[in-house]
Design a protein around this ligand. Structure first.
Ligand SMILES: NC(=O)CC[C@H](N)C(=O)O
Length: 377
């Protein structure tokens, strides 16, 4: 879909499905791309954002005005490639400057064929998305601009995020093992629905040997490794499209279960709650969340466009016993975590692996090991 001839002065146009357009310059690859326009408020951590598989099919608008300042390195990626469908920035760094930088972000986007746009009023665009909601968008530059009259029609032909089943497009095809660091204490089966690289590392640091399994893994595949616990990862797409067979079997057997983000949405659905699309989602690294079990507030990393619809004011009866909302976002009261009271299962909608982002929520990995320990006792 793209031709990677880089030219920082090449004109580019961003076209929203409601007809609003922004003119700018090509950033990264020249060509055309389509996706869901979403904004991220992280002031740092763009490399982790770009390589988070949960951003598959999304065009990310950065609200931070300067992007690319610290370049790109070989250590901070959350997967083997950039997943965002397109990238929108105000003022890209002309010269990256950081002791860890190995190349420029512009070059990296170009090398990976990721079409972006710079020089646009990202504040106006973000305000528009906040008012009208996340919507489809196209970025066009070079030859893609030739037929200007057709751009909106092409944006409107792009697939919507609602109803998109995307995990199998980003997940590993082969199972692999991330060994425990130090003494091995537990074995965990992690379903890769779009897993970020830091997540198995955070478990490995706690003595967990993590068997990362493809999104298509069956109940037999999971129990073939005799897991002490099962983990459900983050991932792209609409949780309403996901198959719940494995999760239901894990809940049925009472194996300790921990889910992050997409994993939280799937646990919610397995418990019988609905999921719905937020108007414009939560994406960034400074979202206040309250752990209702302790009353503590933590500053957390988010990337979600959907959320679980569960009652905040009472305990719910589910096919697997009682469940409650354990965490809530203090900006808008969105459900940010679930906990079963009669079985060892819990999940959060945000990112305790903290890549990028604050480490306030790291205790959740300890809660998972405590559940597995208690199960053994
Ligand atoms: N980071 C994630 O796991 C995102 C989950 C889901 N795709 C959403 O947008 O809400």
């Amino acid at each position: 879909m793209t031709t990677s001839t880089r030219a920082a002065t090449t004109p580019a146009v961003l076209v929203l499905e409601d007809g609003r357009t922004f003119g700018g310059r090509a950033y990264g690859a020249v060509g055309e791309t389509f996706g869901e326009a979403v904004f991220s408020t992280g002031m740092t951590g763009y490399q982790e954002t770009l390589t988070d598989p949960s951003y598959h099919r999304q065009v990310v608008v950065m609200t931070a005005p300067h992007v690319g300042n610290t370049g790109v390195n070989d250590e901070d990626s959350e997967s083997s490639r950039i997943w965002v469908a397109g990238y929108v920035v105000r003022d890209p760094a002309r010269v990256p400057s950081n002791w860890r930088s190995q190349r420029s972000l512009d070059d990296e986007l170009t090398a990976q064929g990721v079409v972006g746009i710079s020089g646009i009023d990202t504040r106006a665009l973000t305000r528009h998305l906040r008012e009208r909601g996340a919507m489809r968008v196209g970025i066009f530059s070079g030859n893609a601009l030739a037929d200007e009259g057709t751009l909106i029609a092409r944006v409107r032909q792009a697939p919507e995020m609602t109803g998109a089943d995307l995990s199998s497009e980003v997940a590993t095809e082969q199972a692999y093992v991330v060994p425990a660091i130090g003494e091995k204490r537990f074995t965990v089966a992690a379903l890769d629905l779009g897993i970020k690289g830091m997540t198995p590392r955070r478990m490995a640091e706690r003595g967990i040997e993590v068997h990362v399994l493809p999104a298509t893994a069956t109940v037999e595949d999971v129990y073939a490794i005799a897991p002490d616990g099962v983990f459900l990862s983050n991932g792209p797409g609409d949780p309403a499209t996901a198959d719940l067979t494995v999760i239901q079997a894990v809940l049925e057997r009472g194996t300790p279960l921990f889910g992050i983000c997409f994993g939280n949405q799937l646990l919610g659905r397995a418990l019988g709650f609905g999921t719905y699309k937020l108007k414009y989602g939560h994406r960034g690294i400074n979202q206040p969340v309250q752990d209702r079990t302790t009353g503590k507030v933590e500053v957390t990393a988010h990337n979600h466009g959907f959320a679980v619809d569960a009652p905040l004011d009472r305990v719910s009866d589910t096919p697997y016993g009682r469940a409650e909302v354990s965490h809530v976002c203090l900006n808008d009261q969105v459900v940010e975590g679930l906990r079963l009271l009669d079985r060892p299962a819990f999940s959060v909608q945000y990112h305790p692996e903290a890549a990028a982002g604050p480490h306030d929520a790291a205790y959740l990995f300890d809660r998972f090991t405590q559940l597995m320990e208690a199960q053994r006792a």
